[in-house]
Design a binder for this molecule. Structure first.
Ligand code: BGP
Length: 469
């Protein structure tokens, strides 16, 4: 529908920016921090920045927060590294790690920036992984204990909590992200998935028991799946992939049930998890206050190729090549692509808002959306990134249309508040409003420079979304 008049952004809309601990902090083994699966898995890739120093946010946190405040952020979404709080995941508590996040949260509050905390963003403690990771049911109890520590330490300062970042991507493309060992069988992945669902449900229940005013929700990556044509078989394939990629995860979190189409898929591939008595009651008892979601693009699919025909491969996180008997991934001819080959679909953002709202009727919080691009630092310290401004503007316009559609949107947290290390494509794939001067392996001086998008977003926030020019 086209509207003659648009609804304005609500007065307390959260204008935020996003990061994750393992991609921004560095200091990977400072002050008692234990190694995570990411630290263990990525130290050895030549030519691509590792996660040891990142952009050294751990040591420059106060200055970075001051820059966020100057940009005008009214919220900041970051993750807590489980391995700073409990270095081996389920043992001793590390006071220095606890203190760091107190300092960060206090700095944000001092600048009137609302903290939005992700409890777990890809960086499972390596010691837990060595004991079977999420496949091991004991990790559920370890996460619940970790959640209890976070709520009791920070619960009086933090209102918005996110349980698990992109659980669906960890299950579907975990190898590319580095959270899953190559060749892990699907049965193991979906057992891990069930345990993560339980851990999330327990954390949501605990949050509501311990913190009266807090709000908590899941943070999957949700992008609507389109049929490549109006051929009914393509429409069916799109429906299947929507269930397997998107609704499976949100249905479990928001309705406490396993999506029936996704469940049939698990039966077909021999990956039904073992579920203990009482597990489904726990999922049913847990209710999120909102749904947070990361959106980068939509996905387009066609009916699956005939059995036995090989599917052309892709390892990239956003690109799903296809799956035998389920679907074939397609390029969408209507969508331009980023430097890194990701399709850009702002209208798909609105479509995704509407689908989530129709299905769940819960407030929506965008926890990631952004453009990975090669930026260059000019001699005068400027970084001209009109492509990023265009991307963000196009998406913010669609938020306003979704608001006009009647969708309740709490806030927008673009990826990323500051440059950081991409999941598997280093520092050259930049997302931030703030440029950090480092190369893949050459750390240079790690100085911060405000990009053109910094000043643009500052104006957007200042006008509460009224001036997107
Ligand atoms: C999301 C992750 C982020 C982030 C972003 C961009 O999937 O939650 O951690 O990195 O995607 O992806 P990439 O870094 O692969 O470009």
């Amino acid at each position: 529908m086209r509207y003659k008049k648009l609804s304005p952004f609500p007065p307390h809309f959260l204008w935020s920016g996003s990061t994750s601990a393992y991609q921004v902090e560095g200091a990977w083994n400072d002050d008692g921090k234990g190694p995570s699966v990411i630290d263990v898995g990525n130290h050895t890739k030549p030519g691509i920045a590792d996660f040891t120093v990142c952009v050294d946010h751990y040591h420059r946190m106060e200055d970075d927060v001051a820059l966020f405040a100057e940009m005008g952020l009214t919220a900041y979404r970051f993750s807590i590294a489980w391995t700073r709080i409990i270095p081996d995941g389920d043992g001793e508590i590390n006071q220095a790690g606890i203190d760091f996040y107190h300092r960060l949260i206090d700095a944000l509050i001092a600048h009137h920036i609302e903290p939005i905390v992700t409890m777990y963003h890809f960086d499972l403690p390596a010691a837990l992984d060595a004991k079977g990771g999420w496949e091991n049911r004991a990790t559920v109890a370890a996460f619940e204990r970790y959640a209890r520590i976070l709520f009791s330490e920070y619960g009086n300062k933090v209102k918005y909590w996110l349980t698990i970042n992109e659980q669906n991507m960890m299950i579907l493309v975990g190898e590319a992200i580095g959270t899953v060992k190559p060749g892990s069988p699907k049965s193991a992945l979906y057992q891990a998935n069930h345990h993560m669902m339980l851990a999330q449900a327990k954390a949501m229940i605990l949050c509501h028991e311990m913190l009266l005013n807090a709000k908590i929700g899941p943070a999957p990556n949700i992008g609507l799946v389109y049929p490549a044509t109006s051929k009914p078989e393509d429409v069916l394939a799109a429906d299947d992939v929507n269930s397997i990629r998107n609704w499976f995860y949100v249905d479990a979190a928001a309705r406490g049930i396993y999506n029936s189409v996704a469940w049939r898929y698990l039966e077909e591939i021999g990956a039904v998890p073992s579920i203990e008595d009482g597990d489904m009651d726990i999922l049913a008892a847990a209710r999120p206050d909102f749904i947070a979601f990361n959106y980068y693009t939509s996905l387009t699919v066609a009916e699956p190729l005939p059995e036995g025909q090989p599917i052309p491969g892709s390892s990239d996180q956003q690109l799903f090549a296809g799956e035998e008997n389920v679907f074939l991934g397609k390029n969408n001819p209507y969508l331009p692509r980023t430097d890194f080959g990701w399709e850009m679909d702002p209208v798909g953002f609105r479509n995704t808002f509407r689908a989530l709202w129709d299905r769940y009727h819960l407030p929506l919080l965008v926890t990631e959306n952004g453009l990975g691009a090669y930026d260059s630092l000019e001699a005068d310290g400027a970084v001209h990134d009109p492509y990023r401004i265009n991307y963000l503007r196009d998406h913010i316009e669609q938020i306003q249309l979704a608001l006009t559609d009647g969708v309740e949107v709490l806030g927008y947290s673009p990826w990323s508040a500051i440059d950081l290390i991409s999941t598997h494509q280093g520092i050259s794939k930049r997302y931030g409003f703030i440029f950090v001067n480092r190369g893949e392996e050459d750390l240079r001086d790690l100085a911060r420079y405000k990009k053109d998008s910094f000043f643009w977003y500052q104006k957007v926030i200042h006008t509460n979304g009224a001036d997107l020019s």
